[in-house]
Design a protein around this ligand. Sequence first.
Ligand code: C5P
Length: 239
Amino acid sequence: MEAKDRIVLALDVDTAEEALALVKKLSGYVGVFKVGMQLYNSIGPSIVHRVHDLGGRVFVDLKLHDIPNTVASAAKVLTRLNTYMFNVHAAGGREMMRQAAAAAVSEAQRMGSDIPIVLAVTVLTSISQQELETEMYVSGLKVEELVVKWALMAQESGLGGVVCSPQEISPIRKACGPDFKIVTPGIRPLWSAPNDQKRITTPRQALEQGADYMVIGRPIIKAADPIAAAQKIIEELEG
Ligand code: C5P
């Protein structure tokens, strides 16, 4: 995979105009554009088509979590949009993930289109060990152990990969093997501000630990020169 294709640019902006300006500017320098809840829920599915019209691939980051039938129906809709990736919560369970993955395959085959990469969100990085125990009533497991168990369950359910924190790349890679896609946020080149991200890693470190894709927002979109920032990250990944 080319270095640029590993960069997933987080389109964390309010309007279609801002998002599409970033897509126009950066489609030669990043591989995938991430449309999250903010943008998708304000513009609607048309934002995905509009990014495609500009030649970009799209990761729709809606973190689906519902009964299996409902998630499978939503997975069909996201597959019809020709998304490159979308995600579901592993906490929705094995059957929910199995039906989501199967729905993506059958809908893509029906349309004759590419099968999207369906990713599992394991334990949100905002959840601490203490919250896991006292609010989610999961005891006797470290967050990292639960993350690896859920990554394996996602793989067994037919999902193509996971979204995880940089801390979890190595254990997941070890447990799930070379073909399971690992997508990680919390990426900060040495020259960029950490902002609110705490446990961060550089693009190069994430690659060396075994990440396939890196979700990067502010280091590129808030840079004085976003193209130069993306180019520097590409050079770091190639170096
Ligand atoms: O601007 P920044 O590079 O921090 O953006 C990271 C992106 O990854 C944001 O869209 C953020 O919501 C997302 N993300 C994250 N941490 C997680 C999961 C998703 O930063 N654990």
